[in-house]
Design a protein around this ligand. Sequence first.
Ligand code: G3P
Length: 225
Amino acid sequence: MKFLIDDANVAKIREICEYYPVDGVTTNPSILAKSGRNPYEVLKEIRGIIGAEADLHVQVISSEAGAMVEEGHKILAELGGGTFIKIPATQEGLKAMKILSGEGHRVTATAIYMPMQAYLAGMAGADYAAPYVNRIDNLGANGIETAKVIHDIFKKNGLKTEVLAASFKNSQQVLELAKYGIGAATIAAEVIEGLIRNASVAAAIEGFVSDFEALCGEGKTMLDC
Ligand code: G3P
């Protein structure tokens, strides 16, 4: 499962990339709005941090297919040909996906709440389909189950499309999908920071250090004991 950051906070992205095995960054219009800056300025900075080879997913705003395609071309011109164009999986979106994927561009179908949207996006040539796990849970449905069903639909129909699960609120949701082997998960910075935070781990490490210092002296390590 690829591991992506769902954020546009450049300071956070820089910090997370230093510590975690990051495959890329996804954004959406709401995430970009939080930055309060020009979208392309922020996205270029993000591209600079993650490098030319990492995945960058950028969403179109228009709701009509022709305008979506035009926006997609502009995003590619500004941010590089390998950028994934995120397109909502609506009827117009499917048309735009067919055009952009037909031109050889990388496409991510987004705003997915139902497996049928993902199936049709896959058939329209999308590389990824992004179900919103936590938002689906909040509707009284099962976000994890929806992501798994979509993964199975892609595999059973021989589609190259992978699940890019989004909208996580906790570690357990991420773990469930890693166990299932979905294609990718994109996770907000605050959720990433909680993925391996655990008081028992911290206590175990503290115990090791104090035992070693009792043996060799305060501040000693394997370097100078
Ligand atoms: O791009 C979709 C995803 O970022 C939604 O996440 O946390 O707003 O539900 P969230």
